[in-house]
Design a protein around this ligand. Structure first.
Ligand code: AMP
Length: 556
């Protein structure tokens, strides 16, 4: 690991991406096969491949205790170093005193492959004395280190915190450069195999295309960017799209591999245990596949809003009552892999065809219906589809370009979401605050109020977003003229300036005088056309709140 540590240190010291890539590529090229597999994984800051679920079960305390024992330093000194660097590996590295003669003359004994084997042994430790076994192996690892940096990097990998300023994409590039293949092929192989180590070796051997899809390793979800509901959609011109309903549920990626079914959330954690009926529905499929879709709650043939799904989340023990009360289904809208074909580079239209061929729908598994939207369709067509989606109880409309690949983890322009706010409120600003960062010199944070039954003003929220810099600058001078005192940190102003604010949800809350709070409030426009005595009332907020609850079929 001496050479790994040297390379890692040089990478950390470089700012430029190209230089970092070159250093890693050069280092990888020098390694034999086993070391290459291990080192490529280590560069992503993990002891094992992504698809590997083993973990070391080594806490910071244990590592600190073992290192302290070997090099005879006190806890307090380590704590001090740790505070300085914020990283256990670096902290330990500063306190290591390796035997000098070893450092100078010994050949590298702790190779990446050997470290990988030791990590495997730590992960395999089980039974009553597992803790002691793990400590003994860790001690063997650290004692084999002949340089402080070696120990530092062994610990950094063990704790999953390499800190050399490289993302996985950069390691892909280094592998591509080292073995003269394209970065796209490497990226694709890493995604398919869930193992950057195996990918590096395959790149060297020229066998990238032979890597099999590792079912069970999640792929980051493709995301959509918003477009604003209106009379024109310039974003949609010059391309063919498909439209789908935008379901108000939970994004899920299912990996179906015979009896083994895993369901990953958007944060890539396995949530299969929360949805036994969907797991059964997926098990009944005869095809290996990776599916992307949305889990929704439904009752009486209708979809329920997200809030009702929440009670099923994070529950470990689902009783029969809850299962019957809140049935869920998986609405599938994309296929990332089917059998041995990784589909992410295929155009959406093709993926959709493969999906329809592969999936057998049942009560808990549905294919999201979609419709083609021809190039140059009028906005009225889009809006009609949006209204129809809303009428079916969905959040809005998704628009996806039919000729584009699946780009994991990216919020691009190939997928668009069209939503419309529940309602807007006209409110008056009662207090303002100086902003932060580049807005430190303007009054950009506004507390606003609605009118109570007795005519008093009752605060209901705070908004920071939605106005242009020019509008904020203009408002700042108007507010300074309206100042009437202090309101905590804020400047209280005469209630003159009316805003129209949009929001996602209105909730009961003690935070504001009105007894309500708005979720994600944003300013739609300044309403200088509206006098403050015509702003919306608390009664109107009650109405919106009740309508929202009604829509969710919940009683207040
Ligand atoms: P948002 O959460 O508003 O950023 O919208 C993006 C989310 O909409 C995705 O992450 C999905 O969870 C969800 N969604 C609902 N229906 C679809 C659909 N038909 N296609 C893609 N995403 C959808």
């Amino acid at each position: 690991m001496r050479h790994f540590a040297h390379a890692a240190r040089r990478v950390a010291a470089q700012r430029g991406k190209l230089e970092k890539v070159a250093i890693i590529a050069e280092y990888l090229r020098t390694l034999d096969d086993d070391d290459l597999v291990a080192a490529a994984r280590f560069f992503t800051g993990t002891p094992f491949a992504a698809r590997d679920e083993r973990s070391l079960n080594l806490g910071g305390r244990t590592i600190a205790a073992v290192a302290g024992r070997i090099w005879n330093f006190e806890r307090a000194r380590l704590a001090e170093q740790y505070r300085e660097s914020g990283d256990l590996g670096t902290a330990i590295g500063t306190l290591v005193r390796p035997a000098l003669d070893l450092a100078l003359f010994a050949p590298e004994t702790l190779t990446p492959a050997r470290l990988a084997a030791e990590f495997a042994a730590i992960a395999a430790a089980a039974g009553k004395h597992a803790g002691r076994t793990r400590e003994a192996i860790l001690e063997r690892i650290l004692r084999a280190c002949t340089e402080p940096d070696e120990a530092a990097y062994a610990v950094k990998i063990a704790t999953g915190d390499l800190r050399i300023g490289v993302r996985e994409g950069l390691i892909n590039e280094a592998i591509a450069q080292a073995f003269d293949v394209t970065e796209a092929r490497v990226r694709r192989a890493v995604m398919a195999s869930g193992d950057i180590g195996a990918t590096a070796l395959a790149a060297r051997r020229g066998t990238l295309d032979e890597l099999r899809i590792a079912y069970g390793t999640p792929i980051a979800a493709m995301l959509a960017s918003p477009i604003v509901h209106g009379e024109r959609y310039p974003e949609l011109a010059d391309a063919a799209w498909i439209t789908e309903d935008k379901y108000d549920g939970i994004r899920a990626q299912a990996h179906v591999d015979g009896e083994t079914v895993r369901i990953f959330s958007r944060t890539l954690s396995d949530v299969a245990a929360s949805y036994p009926e969907i797991v059964s529905a997926l098990r009944a499929q005869r095809t290996r596949m990776i599916l992307d879709g949305e889990i929704v709650a439904w009752r009486d043939g209708g979809v329920l809003p997200f809030r009702t799904l929440q009670s099923r989340l994070q529950r470990k023990n689902l009783d029969a009552h809850l299962l019957a009360e809140l049935p869920v289904k998986f609405v599938v809208f994309d296929a990332l892999a089917i059998e041995d074909d990784l589909l992410i580079d295929e155009p959406l239209a093709m993926r959709r065809m493969r999906l329809a061929d592969a999936v057998r729908p049942n009560e808990n598994l549905e294919l999201a219906p979609f419709a083609a939207l021809e190039t140059g369709s009028p906005a009225s067509e889009v809006n009609a589809r949006f209204d129809a989606a809303r009428a079916r109880g969905h959040e809005g409309l998704m628009l996806k370009r039919s000729d584009t690949p699946y780009t994991p983890g990216r919020r691009g322009k190939a997928w668009r979401k069209l939503k419309r706010e529940l309602a807007t409120l006209d409110v008056v600003i009662v207090a303002v605050e100086w902003g932060h960062g580049k807005r430190a010199r303007v009054l950009s944070d506004y507390t606003f109020a609605v009118r109570g039954g007795d005519g008093s003003l009752l605060t209901i929220g705070k908004a920071y977003t939605g106005l242009t810099d020019a509008e904020i600058a203009d408002l700042t001078s108007r507010f300074l003229a309206l100042e009437i005192g202090r309101r905590g940190r804020a400047i209280a102003v005469e209630p003159r300036i009316v805003l129209e604010v949009a929001f996602d949800v209105v909730q009961r809350s003690d935070l504001h005088e009105s007894g309500y709070a708005l979720r994600f409030p944003r300013i739609v426009r300044i309403r200088d056309d509206k006098p403050p005595d015509e702003i919306d009332t608390l009664a109107r907020v009650d109405e919106i709140h009740a309508a929202m609850l009604e829509r969710e079929r919940l009683t207040p």
